[in-house]
Design a protein around this ligand. Structure first.
Ligand SMILES: [Zn+2]
Length: 456
């Protein structure tokens, strides 16, 4: 097999990445990945193929080469709340964690991404800081329906809305009439609506005790709030024909609803997050608001059902919902502390640790954390190790363990619910378009680009 014949044009190959464990769309296998001068994969070769003259050979042995992760749910908060996180720190942390593309959420920054000029401002801030590829979601808020088409044409990947208060006053939720209006408008250009699905009525009627007890916080964000909101979204998606993606699904009770809607052919997708899959309500100490997020981390039995939802395909993606803040906002009162879990750099090992325990393979993890999110946002050059795709890779030592030391995180703030946990899977290196952007948890060169929705 060493006598591989190079096809015309492959003289352009500048890198060959070799591993006994490459995750391809057809499964895991030994291979040598040929990368061209343009940073794209030219061919997947036999493991022992001789690199062409001039190409660098990188042999990573038994380490697993996954497609670079695509994290479509990240709150970077820059500009405006860059003390919470910023494009420099977020993209360095992402690179260290095996992520090669992120899509930034439209809120918590000032301005929020709710008009095309605001998007331009965000891009200016992000461009010089991007260590990985960065794209943007737009926002749908009361009164900005007339801005949505311009944002779509400017390259946002879709539009986020809330049905209940978002936590920041400049990004209000849509009421039923506003939601219907936004859905009709977004359907008119075949855009994508992504929704924080918690029903405000259900939240208002739940006991809001506040204080340090996690059980009280959990009771304040009941499953019924998610279930009802998702049921309403399904009805509206059917009525308007709008493509809808449900963000951070926490209530497993909503899975049968979504499975039924999908079986009926509705354009519905859904994601869940590392914290819902790896942390449980039972283990959250009172006052430990680094575990606070909305919707909340629920019971162990609920977590088991979420894994089942991933296994049967009702849940498509696993994305971080990285939503950090400064330490002072994580007061010990669950009623008033900022809601958001910081995990960008840790998502891959966190999910892999639990996935392997439950008998899943790295091919599954690659599907949930790279292929499916890339498909969600229509990025045809990302999400797989295949000819023509960008040479974006996460190189993982899957059996090696480490203990989470917050001081080693590149997030701007080191508060994390994963502190002290021992996780499986060490990210050895991350590659973006054929260039190594992180080694052993440390970012190296900065080659990220701003990316846009690709016209269909
Ligand atoms: Zn979020």
């Amino acid at each position: 097999m060493g006598a591989h014949t190079w096809e015309a044009g492959l003289s352009d190959v500048r890198l060959v990445l070799r591993s006994r464990r490459v995750i391809t769309p057809d499964g895991e296998r030994p291979a040598s990945i040929a990368v061209g001068g343009d940073g794209r994969i030219t061919e997947i070769l036999p493991h022992d193929a001789e690199p062409p003259g001039g190409a660098t050979l990188e042999d990573v042995g038994d380490d697993v080469v996954l497609p670079g992760l695509v994290d479509t749910h990240v709150h970077v908060n820059d500009p405006g709340r860059s003390a919470w996180e910023g494009f420099w720190t977020a993209t360095r942390a992402a690179a260290a964690g095996g992520i090669t593309t992120l899509v930034d959420m439209p809120l918590n920054s000032l301005p929020p991404t709710t008009t095309a000029p605001h998007l331009a401002t965000k891009r200016e801030v992000a461009r010089p800081k991007a260590h990985i590829d960065v794209g943007f979601w737009g926002g749908a808020i009361p009164g900005n329906t007339g801005e949505l088409r311009a944002l779509h044409e400017a390259g946002v990947f879709g539009f986020k809305c809330f049905l209940s208060p978002s936590g920041v006053e400049e990004f209000p939720e849509l009421d039923p009439a506003g939601l219907a209006e936004a859905m009709a408008e977004i359907a008119s250009f075949d855009g994508l609506l992504i929704v924080h699905a918690e029903d405000p009525g259900r939240l208002a009627s739940a006991p809001q005790k506040g204080g340090p007890a996690y059980a009280d916080f959990l009771a304040s964000r009941p499953r019924s709030a998610e279930n009802d909101a998702i049921a309403r979204l399904i009805e509206l998606s059917a009525a308007h024909g709008t493509r809808v993606h449900v963000l951070h699904v926490s209530s497993a009770d909503a899975l049968p609803l979504m499975a039924k809607a999908r079986a009926e052919g509705l354009p519905l997708t859904a994601e869940t997050c590392p914290h819902f899959l790896t942390l449980t309500a039972e283990e959250v100490p009172d006052g430990a608001t680094e575990f606070k997020c909305c919707p909340p981390i629920r019971e162990k039995e609920n977590q088991d059902a979420l894994w089942q939802g991933l296994a049967d395909g009702t849940l498509d993606c696993v994305v971080s919902d990285h939503s950090p803040c400064t330490t002072d906002l994580k007061t010990p009162d669950f009623g008033t502390a900022w809601g958001g879990i910081s995990s960008l750099q840790l998502g891959l090992p966190a999910v892999w640790t639990e996935a392997r325990r439950r008998g899943f393979a790295l091919t599954d993890v690659a599907r949930w954390m790279s292929t499916a999110p890339a498909r969600l946002v229509g990025l045809e050059t990302k999400g797989a190790i295949a000819p023509g795709r960008d040479a974006d890779f996460a190189v993982l030592a899957p059996d090696q363990t480490f203990t989470v030391d917050p001081a080693r995180l590149h997030h701007r703030n080191q508060v994390t619910a994963y502190a002290g946990k021992t996780l499986h899977g060490v990210v050895r290196a991350t590659w973006l378009r054929g260039r190594r952007i992180a080694v052993h948890g440390e970012p190296t060169q900065q080659t990220g680009r701003l990316i846009e929705r690709q016209a269909a």
